[in-house]
Design a protein around this ligand. Structure first.
Ligand SMILES: [Zn+2]
Length: 491
């Protein structure tokens, strides 16, 4: 980062142990967690490929993101190039006078067929700037080791002149919040913010048990242009343009933290079959984002109340909003939850050069999946007298996939299929839900939320604002199930 104002990162990659006559190098065309194909290679410039002593090597391109080097017998090869980066987001990277923030898929090439190999990263920051990522363990740490390429690019990094770093412990794990704040926050608010993050972690760990890690880091940019959240194995990256104001019940960054932390299990570890290991050479189509994103959306929204940040009225309002969208969005009659998931590369972060009819033909798998999660949670709680809930379905899915024998070099267990989801839900509900899944997950029928809410003494009120009201004549049994749902308790 020799000249931040130019937005140009200088990258140098040394590949050792080369034995072949040609060496193919690849830059990902997409970045995990955002499904559009974005072709990061368009921002690569000034490429020079040499031996370590500076002898130039010939190379060719076979497509936009793949370079093939004629090694001419060299055993070590050095790649030098610059990457233009001027976008603070969960997918792209930025380098400017305020900070550097990168997502590795856009910066770092890999050797074809060698993603499983260990890699090291050495960072050279501008003088006086501080480095922070999910793997930072000591102050001013500039050298990092990753077990494979996937972990390198799954470790977004912030480098800035001043970072606010706090930590807390939950379930014996160290959690850190790093905030790169634009300006000076009001007195006392930083403490409240960290406390709110801790509340979310406590609740979410109670759903799926503490994740298998010793350290997790929330990387926030607050008050900078943009708005995004992105999940990673040991960290999350959250960007919110609004400043912290005392009177806000949900401080900027907190709603996204509630969502992103749920991903520590849902999608990052318990994952659809196609999402780990990853194919970075082309965009990935798969049917399960309604679980990976939709359930995360549901739990993230519920977590704000269940963790003690918002009150019950906000919880009902938030859930009524999910139901309203699921019963009114025009696109819901065009795409099923599975097909909306499958088409994610068309919509999630995709540049729309071509005018589309997306507002009528697409319905977000976030909202549709949240609606299905909400329904299943209500259904299972009512059916089991609150002995079980969607938490148990998620844990059954985790058992089927995460606890299965390792399927590849990448991480633990295997990815799940749509059949795994159906079976996990059926196990917990105590009945075969195949027909239900065909009708509402593979199909496009509207769910009967009124009936499910009525079973626990709640009423859906449609109007300008949709509301959920507690029925005054609810029985003690109904109130118990209802309180279990609202509070996120079962049994
Ligand atoms: Zn998400």
């Amino acid at each position: 980062m020799p000249d931040p104002a130019t937005h140009l990162y200088e990258i140098e990659i040394d590949v050792d142990g080369v034995q072949s006559a040609t060496l193919p190098m690849q830059l990902p065309v997409w970045s995990t967690g955002r499904y559009a194909r974005v072709d990061f290679a368009k921002n690569v410039q000034d490429l020079a490929i040499t031996t370590p002593d500076g002898r130039a090597l010939k190379w060719d391109k076979t497509n936009g993101s793949r370079w093939v080097v004629n090694t001419a017998g060299a055993r070590s090869i050095r790649f030098k190039y610059r990457v233009f980066a001027n976008s603070l987001s969960g997918t792209y990277s930025v380098l400017d006078t305020a900070h550097a923030n990168w997502n590795g898929a856009g910066l770092f090439m890999y050797v074809e067929d060698h993603k499983p190999d260990p890699v090291t990263l050495k960072i050279t920051p501008p003088a006086g700037w501080q480095v922070m990522n999910g793997d930072t363990r000591t102050a001013n740490q500039l050298d990092y080791k990753f077990e494979n390429y996937d972990r390198l690019i799954d470790t977004p990094t912030e480098v800035a002149p001043a970072l606010m770093v706090d930590s807390f412990t939950v379930d014996g794990k160290k959690y850190r919040t790093m905030v790169h704040y634009n300006g000076t926050p009001p007195a006392g608010i930083r403490e409240r913010f960290v406390k709110d993050v801790e509340k979310l972690v406590r609740y979410e760990n109670s759903v799926f048990s503490a994740p298998p890690l010793d350290q997790y880091t929330f990387l926030f940019n607050i008050g900078y242009a943009g708005g995004d959240g992105m999940e990673h194995l040991y960290s999350t990256e959250i960007i919110n343009r609004r400043s912290w104001i005392d009177s806000l019940v949900i401080l900027p960054g907190i709603g996204t933290a509630a969502h992103e932390y749920f991903h520590v299990w849902n999608v990052k570890r318990v994952r659809p079959m196609a999402l780990g290991p990853f194919d970075y050479t082309k965009e990935t189509y798969q049917p399960s984002l309604w679980v990976a994103e939709g359930w995360t959306q549901y739990y993230g929204q519920a977590a704000l109340h269940r963790s003690g940040i918002t009150d019950k009225d906000e919880f009902y309002a938030s859930m009524a909003g999910v139901i309203r969208d699921n019963l009114t969005a025009p696109g819901r009659k065009e795409v099923s939850a599975r097909m909306a998931s499958f088409n994610a590369p068309f919509w999630d972060g995709a540049p729309q050069g071509q005018p589309t009819n997306g507002s009528n033909t697409f319905f977000s798998y976030y909202t549709k999946g949240a609606g299905l999660a909400l329904y299943l949670d209500l259904y299972i709680r009512s059916k089991t007298d609150n002995a079980k809930s969607l938490d148990d379905v998620f844990n059954a899915l985790k058992k089927r996939s995460w606890n299965a024998p390792n399927a590849s070099y990448y991480l633990q267990g295997r990815g799940y299929t749509e059949q795994d989801v159906e079976r996990a839900a059926s196990e917990v509900a105590g009945e075969d839900l195949h027909a239900w899944f065909e009708q509402y997950v593979g199909g496009k029928d509207d769910l009967d939320y009124d009936a499910q809410l009525a079973r626990m003494g709640l009423r859906l009120v449609r109007g300008e604002q949709w509301r959920i009201e507690e029925a005054p004549d609810a029985t003690a049994g109904q109130r118990r199930i209802r309180d279990g749902w609202v509070g996120g308790r079962r049994g």
